[in-house]
Design a protein around this ligand. Structure first.
Ligand SMILES: [Zn+2]
Length: 245
């Protein structure tokens, strides 16, 4: 019944506000469901499939022999045990993340959930864990109107099902400047000690915690979050991001 109403509502919306793919600009047909990225648009996204770095999720290319060093995270002393990402922050992937984060395109969440379902192993990485979104400083969250990591975590938890849940365990203690133009050292300094665990939070030592963020760049932010969880007693910490780059 509800599914039928949803389909009818979607069709009505399509008449009033025709949907187009944000990557190709082509109009979307009924068969696209509630999603926005068309089949052709999907070809502009570089999804990450195995083999990939176990720490940051970056893909490895070519023949795999022996131990693989990842150029993206080899200088990171990771506090977390493993990580996965969905797609590369380049081409169509970069445009989607930019639209979502800076233009408030929350309608893309339906696509991100679909991507998580289709990238092999991604939901297995999350399943039955507690997803912990990277928090924004309150002032920045009010300005943006939403926390992009929290909305992603909610979608991913729904897709992973089972006992997977979302808990906002972390607090950002100070407003850190945007890291977009910072190098690795500047990012580390900028984010050091910027997170703490919520005073009322209960941390279960052996529970699988997965910190969720929109993008993995140097890993400085995710690692600072992992440090805060570790200092509060967590021992089984992982990360998951939407994009890598
Ligand atoms: Zn890596």
């Amino acid at each position: 019944m509800y599914a039928k109403i949803n389909v009818l509502f979607q069709r009505l919306c399509d008449v009033v506000f025709p949907r187009t793919c944000p990557l190709t600009g082509e109009p979307l047909g009924d068969d696209e469901g509630g999603h926005y990225v068309s089949a052709k648009g999907l070809q502009e996204i570089q999804f990450v499939i195995s083999p990939c770095c176990q720490t940051c999720g970056a893909p490895f290319y070519g023949e795999m022999v022996g131990k693989c060093d990842c150029i993206h995270c080899k200088e990171l002393t990771a506090v977390f045990k493993s990580g996965r990402t969905l797609f590369l922050l380049s081409g169509g992937g970069r445009r989607l993340v930019h639209n979502y984060k800076y233009n408030g395109a929350q309608w893309l969440l339906a696509d991100f959930e679909r991507f998580a379902e289709h990238v092999p192993g991604y939901l297995d990485h999350l399943r039955n864990g507690t997803l912990v979104p990277v928090p924004l400083y309150k002032k920045r969250e009010r300005k943006r109107g939403f926390n992009q990591s929290l909305l992603l975590a909610e979608r991913f938890a729904r897709a992973a099902s089972g006992e997977t849940c979302v808990q906002e365990l972390l607090v950002r203690t100070r407003n850190t400047p945007s890291q977009t133009r910072m190098n690795r050292e500047e990012r580390l300094k900028n984010i050091d000690g910027a997170f703490t665990v919520h005073p009322q939070a209960i941390i279960e030592k052996g529970r699988r915690y997965i910190i969720v963020d929109d993008v993995f760049t140097t890993g400085a932010t995710l690692n600072a979050c992992a440090e805060a969880l570790r200092d509060a007693g967590a021992e089984n910490i992982h990360i998951a991001t939407l994009a890598h780059g």
